[in-house]
Design a protein around this ligand. Structure first.
Ligand code: ATP
Length: 419
């Protein structure tokens, strides 16, 4: 741990263990953090499990560090956000029992042993002791370390996917992200679960969360293709299928997202939306509408995905023509970056691609020299004319019709005369 973690994080974990000792509780780091630590993958999302009252412990930790704490009483969990940017999710060790399949489980307080037993795959059951006398000691109750070394994803029991169908999505995410293989029995169980149409029992909110995670992977395309191998795209919409055409579009999206990342314009805020747009691109419009109405994505993203489905083809036809920069600007001006990147990937027209690239890298940054105040100083009466003139000035600048401030003033005078 000392070798692989940044020194401030290691020290924080060590101090957390000392506090645990003083408060007579046992504390462990568990799950993805430990998995990635052992794999040598940077992951500083620390999940702590407390044998005892997790919320009380989180409060004490926050107090010691003057950190910010948010508690979720119903789940016995808390998040402690430290001033240096680190954050720990703290949970009370718990047991879950499933009263009926695919619904959220009933939760009871318990030990680390039981807490680890409710987890999805053996590689995610690993924990590390933090108390001073056990600092760094690996808790491996399900042969997680062996599976980590063998690059194997294995469920803990035969009903795992039935209990919680989100695990089929998680399995494929981990398989693709880590380059692991599903253990043979696990793959069979997964296929059986899919054949039982288990994912149709998932609530729209849980399905949406899983799809969001898939689309947010670093390489979502191979993850989506693999979901298709297991007939899982049908959970999103029965007509959704992988095809060479969709694969081509996805590749083009990857390229466009990469192109944008290299621009130093600031990162795309929600690249997952671009992949989401691509995923739905080959569906007929009513199916896109149905899908988006069911999924619980943030409203603004739902709206832009819907708009692309409805207007994308028309926008691309406009952009395929030889048009003035001002027309490109006005065609694309109200669209979020995610939509622009998607359109760029979708169009097969070189000219269309270039127009979109120009919009992103150049046109959007263009402003006339003169502002409203300058028009006022020129004696123009304030009113709707102002906006029309400023719009025209912007067009003229985009199209290279004006260069200097004097050019702009001349244009303003001409426009004002015409009213
Ligand atoms: P990621 O790197 O994608 O964040 P993670 O393993 O850290 O992966 P989380 O979703 O943060 O994933 O979950 C933390 C831990 O909680 C997991 O490692 C796993 O032990 C457990 N867990 C999460 N989801 C489930 C689930 N659906 N069923 C059982 N255990 C789960």
């Amino acid at each position: 741990m000392k070798d692989r973690l940044p020194a401030p994080l290691f020290s924080l974990l060590q101090k957390t263990g000392e506090l645990a000792e003083r408060r007579r509780v046992r504390v462990y780091a568990a799950g993805g953090f430990v998995r990635d630590l052992l794999l040598g993958i940077p992951n500083f999302d620390v999940d702590l499990v407390v044998e005892g009252d997790g919320i009380r412990f989180a409060r004490a930790l926050a107090q010691q560090y003057k950190a910010h704490v948010v508690t979720h009483k119903r789940f016995g969990t808390a998040t402690v956000a430290f001033a240096d940017g680190h954050a720990f999710d703290v949970a009370t060790a718990r047991t879950e029992s499933y009263d009926s399949p695919a619904v959220l489980p009933t939760v009871r307080r318990s030990s680390i042993r039981e807490d680890l037993r409710r987890r999805d795959f053996t590689i995610n059951t690993l924990a590390v002791g933090l108390n001073a006398d056990h600092l760094g000691e690996l808790v491996d109750l399900h042969n997680g370390l062996r599976d980590l070394q063998d690059k194997t994803l294995r469920v803990l029991h035969g009903l795992s996917f039935i209990d919680d169908p989100t695990r089929v999505f998680r399995a494929i995410r981990f398989e693709q992200r880590l380059g692991f293989q599903l253990d043979r029995d696990t793959a069979v169980l997964m296929k059986e679960a899919v054949n039982m149409k288990i994912c149709h029992r998932l609530s729209p909110a849980r399905l949406s969360a899983e799809l969001f995670h898939v689309l947010s992977e670093r390489e979502p395309v191979k993850t989506l293709a693999r979901l298709a191998d297991f007939n899982l795209l049908q959970c999103i919409h029965p007509r959704l299928k992988w095809s060479p055409e969709l694969a081509r579009l996805m590749k083009a999206v990857e390229k466009a997202v990469e192109w944008h990342a290299g621009l130093s314009l600031g990162r795309l805020k929600s690249p997952w939306v671009v992949y989401g747009m691509a995923l739905m691109d080959l569906l007929p419009q009513p199916a896109v509408q149905e899908t988006l109405a069911r999924l619980t994505f943030p409203r603004r993203h739902t709206r832009s995905m819907l708009r692309v489905a409805q207007e994308g083809a028309r926008l691309l036809r406009t952009l395929d023509r030889t048009i003035q920069p001002s027309e490109t600007f006005r065609t694309l001006r109200n669209l979020p970056d995610e939509t622009l990147i998607f359109l760029m990937a979708k169009t097969r027209s070189k000219r269309g691609k270039q127009h979109i690239a120009d919009q992103i890298t150049a046109y959007r940054q263009v402003r006339p020299i003169l502002r409203g105040n300058d028009l006022k100083a020129m004696g123009l009466e304030h009113g709707p004319l102002y906006n029309r003139i400023l719009d025209r000035l912007l067009d003229a600048r985009l199209n290279g019709e004006v260069e200097t401030e004097a050019d702009e003033r001349r244009l303003v005078s001409r426009l004002a005369e015409r009213g």
